[in-house]
Design a protein around this ligand. Sequence first.
Ligand SMILES: CC(C)(COP(=O)(O)OP(=O)(O)OC[C@H]1O[C@@H](n2cnc3c(N)ncnc32)[C@H](O)[C@@H]1OP(=O)(O)O)[C@@H](O)C(=O)NCCC(=O)NCCS
Length: 175
Amino acid sequence: MSPNKVTIQKAEMTDAAVLLDFSKTTFFDFFGPLNEVANMEAYSSVAFTSQKILTELINPDSEFYFAMLDNEVAGYLKLNFNDAQTEFKDENAMEIERIYVSRQHHKKRIGQQLLDFAVETATKKQFEYVWLGVWEHNANAIGFYQHNGFEVFSSHEFFLGDDKQTDLLMKKVLN
Ligand SMILES: CC(C)(COP(=O)(O)OP(=O)(O)OC[C@H]1O[C@@H](n2cnc3c(N)ncnc32)[C@H](O)[C@@H]1OP(=O)(O)O)[C@@H](O)C(=O)NCCC(=O)NCCS
């Protein structure tokens, strides 16, 4: 077995505190050095609250999954279906809203296992395609998605605090 084989585990309501802590930590670890503190705080104070996480966990059209490595959370995934999608709301599509691996575990194929799980989920549910938004300056994630057959099809504006940023929208059509 691969040394970094993870167990993918669905997050439940009782995991809210762990999920909140992990999502906030990974968000700040990765995007903190690339953005102004005030903008990070402004975004985080809305996106990463107990209330918001609980609302997302209770939504039947959103699913969170942890990648567990040696009983520790090493990554997580957020999938959206139907009206929970942040755009388009296409009932034939699934959005990967978030995929994060903790800093110390990057480049160990943990992101790959999460992405494979996401694509398998969409395939089982017979969706036509999987889509996501990624910051235009996040070259690492863009390369990761391209490596996995995702292609840019559009873009949209996204506000991090008062900083207007551009997200590339990428999709993978399923067979
Ligand atoms: C993007 C992210 C999830 C990738 O996860 P990871 O565990 O580091 O990546 P993996 O080790 O699983 O890489 C899987 C495959 O993609 C390839 N890959 C990864 N990054 C790549 C890049 N920038 N360009 C080309 N290929 C890349 C790897 O070489 C590997 O391919 P192989 O197994 O065929 O050799 C991770 O870097 C992360 O959490 N980044 C910070 C958060 C983030 O940006 N999330 C996305 C927001 S939209």
